[in-house]
Design a binder for this molecule. Structure first.
Ligand code: NAI
Length: 254
């Protein structure tokens, strides 16, 4: 018996990076996994690894999410687990932040998380309960220069996680978040390039520096985040809700 046997898990942003590792880990743990991503081509490639379902989903299309969750539930028999992993990074100093940056960061990181929960919760309730795992960041624990918008959205995810956990506890739906440190994914290539501009560093330099600063001595691998995500989704975490779990190799920023 595997820990997620019989469960249906929807992973937003599941096509690559941390999301992809979560899809693999949940499939290995016995779940039927739905890879939901902007990029259907990459999502299909990921889903092919474990015979999962790939769905084109833009979490900022709030009005479409309920129908999309309905389709998933129709095809897979229900929804038990939602992983709100889709997220985008933005680096901009206060004089450079645009209204478009603001809207995009909040739409994906905050609105995408909130409205995906709203769309999935009725289906999770029908199964008698389940688990939601949201994605915050160490950047949601404290602010950082030139990363104001990203930090603010990731702090909002911690707050939403607490509120929704309390609201949904009576429905036996646990809501937790993960706050990764620095994880080697395609997103970090974007982050590294932006640090190169803002801190006048060579490409790859910031990535090396942050890896060395982590107490455990390296950047995270996506699987380092995926395994705790499986734990939070599983019955082993049955008495854990409203928490944000640091998965950061030892709080590299302190
Ligand atoms: P990534 O950029 O490598 O992958 C993100 C995935 O989300 C991509 O497949 C992309 O197509 C998808 N996506 C983006 N916008 C979307 C939308 N509107 N609708 C549906 N899918 C969308 O990112 P990575 O590094 O794997 O990050 C995953 C999560 O972990 C994000 O929420 C990120 O903020 C968070 N995180 C990442 C850290 C890192 O160091 N990589 C550190 C802390 C948090």
């Amino acid at each position: 018996m595997k820990v997620l046997d019989g469960k249906v898990a929807v992973v937003t942003g599941g096509a690559r990076g941390i999301g992809r590792a979560i899809c693999h880990a949940m499939a290995e743990a016995g779940a039927q996994v739905v890879v939901a991503d902007l990029n259907l081509h990459e999502a299909s490639e990921t889903a092919r690894d474990f015979d999962g379902l790939a769905v084109e989903m833009d979490v900022t299309q709030f009005g479409r999410l309920a129908d999309q969750m309905q389709n998933v539930a129709d095809q897979r028999g229900g929804i038990d687990i939602l992983v709100n992993n889709a997220g985008i990074f933005n680096m901009a100093s206060i004089d450079r932040i645009t209204a478009e940056d603001y809207r995009r960061q909040y739409d994906v990181n905050v609105g995408g998380t909130l409205f995906a929960c709203q769309a999935a919760v009725p289906f999770i309730k029908k199964r008698g309960g389940g688990a939601i795992i949201n994605f915050s960041s160490q950047a949601g624990r404290r602010g950082e220069p030139n990363i104001t918008l990203y930090c603010a959205t990731k702090a909002a995810v911690i707050s939403m996680t607490q509120s929704l956990a309390l609201e949904l506890a009576g429905d036996n739906i646990r809501v937790n978040a993960i706050a990764p440190g620095v994880v080697d994914t395609p997103m970090w290539d974007v982050v590294d390039a932006q640090f190169a501009t803002y801190e006048n560093k060579a490409l790859g330099q910031k990535k090396r520096e942050v890896g060395e600063a982590v107490p455990l001595g390296r950047m995270g691998d996506p699987r380092d985040i995926a395994d705790p995500c499986v734990f939070l989704a599983s019955d082993a975490a049955r008495y854990i809700t409203a928490q944000t779990l640091n998965v950061d190799g030892g709080n590299w920023m302190s």
